[in-house]
Design a protein around this ligand. Structure first.
Ligand code: SF4
Length: 388
């Protein structure tokens, strides 16, 4: 047995362990176990610094989960978009391929609780129909292996899936959606990365949410993946009490870049059953992005998105940078709230001078108007108060 497999075995998972380790009442621990089982492996457990900290919140069951039974089982409508078992085909040229129900740690905010945990939640007997579906749909050029966590499969099983996918000519890219570099970095072994190298291009989508998750172990795991030629991207979730703070996220994103992981998405938390206590306002997310853009390298700034409830896919959100737009010009503010005009390509129309009046902007305190020097005739345009 490999070290990572032993660490899975040594995880905190039973009701008795939850009672003993985290002081839960037995009946509450039983209800939580029934709702969504726990798995906290010794590595992730070692990252907890104090009760209720961001690592604890993500991994330790809490009775507050039981107060939120109105949330959705399948907030992203993945099951309705599943033409055959194990496949979700939402976007034109890519599909999600669920290959296991197991994870290295069970996140309390998981969107796929209905699919994750018990081994029977995702059938491994039906992989063949999934391969057939991908073969028949020549528009699929990008397959994302997910679950659960595909790196819970043994190297042998994972290689069978990868080699089979590589026989399908129209599949150009294979992505692995895995939280292992963060929650159980010991899973990234020399044998694993040597095997992955044979099936390039392989991209890794991983999932760090807090700077404390960047450790010597996770640094080594991400370095091994990058050295093996796998571009690694991070998909974080904005969560109250975990990372809903621009300074924390700036530290996370900057540290990710240092270990060669590109911050890719920052998601608003889904409307998942048992996880409403993690949800923040959209304004909080916009505020975070506003405090990052311009203040740190663009490389460190992910796309801020809502995965639209009901299966609408990822929709990007931006703080309000465009103050006015018409045929002739676009009026924008930058990260310091200075205002600039960019003339549209229609030069004839754009020779008039613009006087910009910022309405009710004193509250904001630090805006100033830049008189556009390249425009002649005065035309008054009111732009709205800057609120972000
Ligand atoms: S690793 Fe992903 S699929 Fe598994 S519990 Fe966490 S969020 Fe859910």
């Amino acid at each position: 047995m490999e070290l990572w497999q032993q660490m899975i075995r040594d995880s905190v998972h039973s009701v008795d362990q939850l009672v003993k380790k985290f002081g839960l009442k037995k009946e509450v621990a039983e209800q939580l176990d029934e709702f969504f089982q726990a798995r906290i492996n010794p590595y992730y457990l070692s990252l907890i610094r104090y009760p209720g900290d961001p690592i604890w919140m993500q991994s330790v069951p809490d009775k507050i989960e039981l107060e939120d039974m109105d949330g959705l089982e399948d907030p992203l409508n993945e099951d309705m978009m599943s033409p055959v078992p194990n496949i979700t085909h939402r976007y034109p040229d890519r599909c999600l391929f669920l290959v296991t129900s197991q994870c290295g740690m069970y996140c309390r905010f998981c969107t796929r609780k209905r699919k994750v945990g018990d081994s029977g939640k995702i059938s491994m007997k039906e992989l063949e129909s999934a391969f057939n579906y991908i073969e028949q749909h020549t528009e699929i050029r990008d397959v994302i292996l997910s679950g659960g966590d595909p790196l819970m499969l043994t190297d042998v099983m994972l290689e069978k899936i990868l080699s089979r996918l590589r026989e399908i000519k129209h599949v150009e890219i294979i992505r692995l959606g895995t939280k292992m570099p963060c929650v159980l970095p010991q899973r990234i072994t020399p044998n694993l990365v040597d095997m992955l190298k044979k099936y390039h291009p392989i991209y890794i989508n991983t999932h760090f949410n807090h700077p404390w998750e960047i450790t010597p172990e996770s640094t080594k795991a991400c370095t091994m993946l990058a050295d093996a030629g796998c571009p690694v991207q991070n998909q974080a979730v904005l969560m109250k009490g975990v990372n809903d703070n621009a300074e924390i996220l700036k530290e996370l994103f900057q540290k990710l870049l240092k270990i060669r992981v590109k911050p890719y998405y920052l998601f608003m938390a889904d409307e998942t059953k048992g996880a409403s206590h993690f949800r923040t306002s959209v304004e909080k997310g916009l505020e975070v992005i506003d405090k990052l853009r311009g203040h740190t390298s663009g490389l460190a700034i992910p796309h801020f998105v809502i995965d639209a409830p009901g299966g609408g896919g990822k929709i990007p959100l931006l703080p309000k940078y465009v103050l006015h737009q018409d045929d002739e010009r676009i009026i924008m503010r930058n990260y310091k709230n200075d205002i600039y005009v960019y003339r549209n390509v229609n030069d004839e129309l754009s020779k008039s001078k613009v006087e910009i009046e910022v309405v009710n902007n004193k509250k904001n305190g630090h805006s100033k108007i830049k008189e556009p020097k390249n425009l002649k005739n005065i035309q008054k345009i009111e732009v709205e108060e800057i609120t972000n």
